[in-house]
Design a protein. Sequence first.
Length: 68
Amino acid sequence: MLSHEQLTITNIKKELDIISTEMMQLIQKYNLDAATSLEIIPVAKRKITNPKDYMRFLELSLEGRILG
């Protein structure tokens, strides 16, 4: 996560790109096929079998929301 001093548009965009890339890897790995963004958490909870991956998915979701 970025520090207060690092919160620039450029740094936020870079961080969001990193988050998006990692999120896409998890989505593809577990074939998360939610019809809407509101369904993604229940689908992830059901399909992600590795607890560490599920926790990372939630972390990435939260970080993306905060930075977005």
